[in-house]
Design a protein around this ligand. Structure first.
Ligand SMILES: [Zn+2]
Length: 196
C-alpha cells in the first residue's frame, strides 16, 4: 500500500529541512564537475539485474535516464548530464528498491532510491518515470512545492494522488512518448534555473 508514503516521505523531507547541508554537497560537486568537464554531471543508474528481488523491470533504467535528460532539456543549456557505467564516478546514483513498502521514492544527497510501481502498462511507466523525475529533482537541489501541477509537488498538501499520475499517463500512447512529455511545469523549470 502507498498510504505510508506521506509519513515516510515527510519525515525524509523534514530531515532535509533540518539539514540543508545535505543538498549542497551535490550542487557544489556538480558545479565543480561542470567547471572541470564539458561532459557535465555524471549519473549512474543501477541495472535491473534481479527483477524479482528489486521490483524493477528491464526498461526502468531508461526511465531514469529520460528523467535526467528531461531536467537537462529544461535547463536552457545550463545543465549537462552524462550517464556513466562507473558508479564511483557518479555524483547522482539511482537505485531500485522494493522493500520499502509505502514509499514511491526517497533521496539523500546524491543517492536516489526509486521503488518501481508493481503495476502494468502505461500508468506504471508513467508512475515510475514521474517518481524518477521527482527524486532526481531533489538530487539536483529542488525542494517541494504546494502546486499540484509541479513535479516537485508534495502529496502532503492533498489532492488526488492517483490522478496526479493518471493525467500524465493519458498523454501517452506508447512508452516512448514519455520522451516527448517531460512532465515538469513552468514553475519547476523556473525553480531549476534559479538553482543552477
Ligand atoms: Zn519529494
Amino acid at each position: 500500500m502507498k498510504t505510508g508514503y506521506r509519513r515516510e516521505h515527510d519525515e525524509n523531507w523534514k530531515t532535509f529541512r533540518l539539514s540543508p547541508g545535505l543538498l549542497s554537497p551535490v550542487l557544489l560537486a556538480f558545479a565543480g564537475v561542470c567547471a572541470a568537464h564539458a561532459g557535465g554531471l555524471k549519473y549512474w543508474v543501477e541495472p535491473c539485474a534481479r527483477p524479482a528481488e528489486m521490483g524493477c523491470k528491464g526498461g526502468d533504467p531508461d526511465l531514469a535516464q529520460w528523467a535526467m535528460e528531461a531536467w537537462q532539456a529544461a535547463s536552457d543549456g545550463k545543465l549537462h548530464v552524462e550517464r556513466t557505467a562507473e558508479k564511483n564516478q557518479a555524483i547522482i546514483k539511482i537505485y531500485w528498491v522494493s522493500r520499502r513498502a509505502g514509499l514511491y521514492g526517497e533521496t539523500r544527497g546524491g543517492d536516489v532510491f526509486v521503488r518501481p510501481d508493481p503495476g502494468e502498462g502505461l500508468l506504471r511507466e508513467a508512475t515510475v518515470y514521474l517518481t524518477c523525475l521527482h527524486e532526481t529533482g531533489h538530487a539536483l537541489g529542488l525542494g517541494h512545492t504546494a502546486h499540484f501541477d509541479d513535479i516537485m509537488y508534495n502529496f502532503q498538501y492533498g489532492g488526488d494522488i492517483a490522478e496526479y499520475f493518471a493525467r500524465y499517463a493519458r498523454k501517452l500512447e506508447r512508452r516512448e512518448d514519455i520522451r516527448k512529455h517531460p512532465g515538469m511545469s513552468q514553475n519547476d523549470r523556473k525553480r531549476l534555473a534559479a538553482g543552477l
